[in-house]
Design a protein around this ligand. Structure first.
Ligand code: CMC
Length: 398
């Protein structure tokens, strides 16, 4: 792994030069700014491709599993059969959550959103981990924390949801796959293969995506040499926003609101005329070519619909995508086809954002370890444009 400051590729300016009156070029939204070299994921917006550690997302979508992708991200190479079996068993053995974390979850007010509950649970999991020292701990220790986090996220989300719905806590089943066990904990019944495979694909495709906002925020926290749990709470808070992970739920709500194909055109026209953002469309990086993940999710949505012998959501989503592309030139992003797919798998709408978190935790932890490995404090500058040299007037004289 190599993450070195990429100082030659961007215009830099010192605070001294700024104080002397030099005007910096502001990169709004940090768009186009390269802050590091990285060998975790290659996100190619021009060609519309994505690879993890050099492996194309299409090959992984067709042949791999979530567990194998987690191994690939953390260790940088694909496992042998024996390595994967050992790794998957170790991951499964960490799925249970401690009683304190469970008690804290059950004590939260009933209107606390699942993402907020997950963020809270990460803080209590940190308290339950005796190895959670601040700062730059050994890579082995960080791998152990990462294993706990990836393994426990589905248990927290499924059981918090059960608690909200008055259902008893359910313990993880280590004989099921990571995705299959999540669906089992959620519903209390082992899932069929079609649904478990669909869930696995969604998680695999969302596992990593370069320096997106939540990953970058986790790296900022890690760059202060704060601990991994702290970095992950930062990431969860960032992912929650509607312009990032929150889009999948809103995309599904939009589909349900549109309801029928003959309402698609007028709905999209009106929304665009009102300058509304169509959730699940557009991307900071994939501007010239579609988000490569959406084709695989659309394919799995088709398979799910075929299994159900009902193509309503496949046809509706396709019609929306064609209309938005024709009217605004925007392609669907990862959230768009994932939304009806998750819906048909049986994921409740209010858990959609947490699915993104459960899926992205391998990427976040990989980046946190990468940041520790080549750390330099992440600290940009701003161009101050406010008032200067103001005379302070004591409060009673104002
Ligand atoms: N619907 C309508 N207009 C849009 C959309 C959209 N989904 N996305 C971008 N635009 C327009 C935007 O209004 C602006 O138009 P104009 O120049 O006329 O004002 C132009 O496109 C550029 O928008 P931007 O916000 O400057 O572009 P960005 O690259 O900063 O934004 C984005 C990327 C993802 C925030 C944006 O496309 C968006 O808000 N999409 C909807 C939310 C969404 O689906 N988010 C999930 C992103 S993918 C998964 C993830 O990373 O979490």
């Amino acid at each position: 792994m190599s993450t070195n400051a990429h100082a030659d590729s961007v215009e830099t300016i010192t605070t001294d030069a700024m104080n002397a009156g030099a005007k910096p070029q502001v990169q709004s939204g940090l768009a186009g700014v390269v802050v590091a070299q990285c060998d975790i994921a290659k996100v190619d917006g021009e060609r519309g491709t994505l690879s993890y550690r050099g492996y194309d997302i299409g090959d992984l979508a067709c042949h791999s599993t979530f567990e194998e992708v987690v191994y690939l991200l953390w260790y940088g190479e694909l496992p042998t059969r024996h390595e994967l079996d050992t790794f998957a068993a170790a991951l499964a053995s960490e799925r249970e959550i401690d009683d304190t974390t469970w008690q804290v979850l059950t004590m939260l007010p009933s209107d606390v959103e699942p993402m907020d509950a997950l963020r809270t649970a990460v803080s209590t999991l940190a308290c339950a981990d005796p190895a959670n020292e601040n700062g730059k701990v050994s890579h082995q220790k960080n791998l152990r924390k990462a294993t706990k986090l990836v393994a426990k996220f589905p248990t927290v989300v499924a059981n918090y949801y059960r608690h909200l719905n008055g259902k008893p806590r359910i313990h993880p089943d280590p004989t099921l796959s990571h995705a299959g066990n999540f669906l089992y904990m959620l519903s209390g019944k082992p899932p069929d293969e079609t649904r478990a495979k669909a869930m696995d694909l969604a998680m695999l495709l969302m596992a990593e995506h370069g320096f997106n906002a939540s990953t970058f925020s986790a790296r900022v926290t890690a760059s202060t040499l704060s601990d991994m749990y702290a970095a992950i709470t930062t990431a969860i808070g960032t992912l929650k926003g509607p312009l990032h992970g929150g889009a999948n739920q809103r995309a599904m709500e939009m589909m349900l609101e549109i309801g029928e194909i003959d309402r698609v055109e007028s709905y999209i026209k009106e929304a665009l005329a009102a300058k509304k953002r169509i959730m699940g469309f557009g991307h900071r990086v994939y501007k010239k070519a579609p988000d490569p993940r959406s084709a695989y999710l659309r394919g799995r949505l088709y398979e799910l619909c075929a299994d159900l012998q009902d193509f309503h959501f496949y046809n509706l989503a396709t019609a929306i995508a064609e209309t938005v592309e024709a009217q605004k030139g925007l392609y669907p992003n990862v959230d768009f086809y994932a939304a009806p797919m998750l819906y048909l798998v049986g994921i409740p709408l209010e858990l959609f954002v947490t699915i993104f978190a459960i899926s992205r935790i391998p990427g976040w932890t990989t980046h946190v370890m990468d940041q520790y490995g080549h750390n330099r404090l992440l600290r940009p500058l701003s161009d101050y444009v406010g008032p200067e040299d103001c005379t302070y007037v004591p409060i009673d004289q104002r």
